[in-house]
Write a protein that binds this ligand. Structure first.
Ligand SMILES: *[C@@H]1O[C@H](CO)[C@@H](O)[C@H](O)[C@H]1NC(C)=O
Ligand SMILES: *[C@@H]1O[C@H](CO)[C@@H](O)[C@H](O)[C@H]1NC(C)=O
Length: 411
């Protein structure tokens, strides 16, 4: 009887030990900081204009969610939203800022919810689910024992700017990495980024010392990063890009898009495309700095913002890829889906009419050449291409999240 009792105790101890080891193991993954893509941070705005700016939009608005807010995107309201979200560029200083009387702020830095949904309304859900961000990834991490705001952090940024002009963001990100490391018992952190967030995370890591990265960083996981740019940006600077949402007028959103540093940051790289990508009756334009400058001069009389963005983001370097970030790196993306590439404006009003588009292979938003340029890196890089998975699905669906978790747990 006593032996049986001891045996039962022994079994309980062994099972309990195994259970707690299993629990500890599932929680043992590195803490994560999620860096979203372009358009995937929440921006609030406040308007207090002293005088009428001629836009016909309200002069006073209390702080409200300007992006993303599907209600504000309906045709009757869109022009005023664009008026609040555009930037103005000062050619004397090369500084872009919100128009006079408008203040904007990015919401929720450091929290998981800041990168979970941009617009969590039913309306956004029914409209192609455009308000969803890293919700599926966060849900899976929570099941694995991760905790919001402790081992899952978000690092949203103002996606209208570019790395080179947002020094403050990178300082805050460095502190967030250190804080997250300490909050999790001195565990190195994994940076998981989507789309343009990949450019941001690599830029950030390239500014840190090897000692710092060895101590604080576990891995850098980029998902759908447009290393060599995207035709979506080329549409933005020519005839406007409506993100394939039919009721959004591309010519209206273009008014804001052409003022964003990030639009120029993500123009297709001439190191990937040597032949012209824009065709017009008068001239065909390649993506060299000279051709793009000429095109912008023709379209809106100045190319200074473009040249400034090229300069501050080191886009004039002789390689498509920035230096390898110097930590274990994963480059994950989809492919095998028809993706906008060449824009043909022949016989059309350049660029106030929509072009005939010639498609190429990619993830539906970014071409395969641009996504897979990370294979040029010599350092520690795992490159995964998933055929048939789109730019968004790589981030939003279980198929994509499986790949992200495989990278996170080095499976
Ligand atoms: C643009 O390129 C096309 C195809 O190569 C060519 O037929 C056309 O003449 C070019 N247009 C101009 C204006 O150079
Ligand atoms: C603004 O940017 C242009 C283009 O890069 C550069 O030539 C010019 O010197 C810059 N001006 C200032 C004030 O930084």
């Amino acid at each position: 009887m006593r032996q049986l009792f001891l045996l039962v105790i022994l079994i309980i101890v062994i099972c309990h030990g195994q259970l707690s080891i299993a629990n500890a193991r599932t929680r043992k993954g590195p803490p994560v900081i999620i860096i979203p893509g372009t358009g995937a941070s929440i921006i609030e705005a406040e308007v207090k204009r002293a005088s009428d700016d001629g836009s016909g939009c309200p002069r006073h608005k209390d702080w409200f969610r300007a992006w993303l807010n599907v209600k504000e995107m309906f045709p009757t309201r869109l022009p005023c939203l664009i008026n609040d979200l555009r930037l103005t560029f000062d050619p004397e200083t090369n500084i872009s800022s919100a128009p006079a009387g408008t203040r904007t702020r990015v919401v929720g830095f450091g929290t998981a919810s800041s990168v979970e949904y941009m617009d969590h309304s039913w309306l956004a859900y029914f409209l192609f689910n455009i308000g969803t961000n890293a919700a599926a990834l966060i849900k899976r991490l929570l099941h694995l024992g991760y905790e919001r705001d402790v081992s899952i952090r978000g690092a949203p940024y103002d996606f209208r700017f570019s790395m080179g002009s947002d020094v403050n963001y990178f300082q805050r990100l460095k502190l967030l990495v250190e804080e997250t490391y300490h909050l999790n018992g001195d565990s190195p952190v994994s940076l998981i980024s989507h789309s343009m967030g990949g450019l941001y995370s690599v830029w950030f890591l390239n500014q840190q010392t090897k000692e710092w990265k060895d101590k604080f960083i576990d891995s850098c996981i980029t998902v759908s990063a447009p290393w060599g740019g995207s035709a979506a940006s080329l549409l933005s600077v020519t005839s406007g890009y409506n993100l394939h949402i039919n009721f959004v007028d591309p010519l209206v959103v273009r008014k804001a898009q052409v003022t964003y540093e990030s639009t120029y940051l993500m123009l297709p790289s001439p190191l990937i495309w040597s032949k012209p990508l824009v065709y017009t009756d008068d001239r065909n334009y390649t993506m060299t700095a000279n051709d793009v400058s000429d095109m912008l001069e023709t379209l809106r009389g100045s190319s200074q913002l473009y040249r400034h963005v090229m300069e501050i983001n080191s886009l004039t370097r002789p390689s498509v890829m920035p230096p390898h970030p110097g930590v274990p790196t994963f480059c994950l993306h989809g492919a095998g889906i028809s993706t906008e590439n060449e824009l043909h404006f022949e016989g059309r009003n350049f660029a106030d009419e929509q072009p005939k588009v010639v498609f190429t292979d990619g993830d539906g938003t970014v071409s395969r050449e641009s996504l897979s340029a990370c294979n040029q890196w010599q350092g520690d890089t795992v490159h995964v291409q998933k055929e048939g998975v789109t730019h968004g699905a790589m981030w939003l669906t279980e198929r994509g999240v499986d790949e992200i978790l495989n990278a996170l747990f080095r499976k």
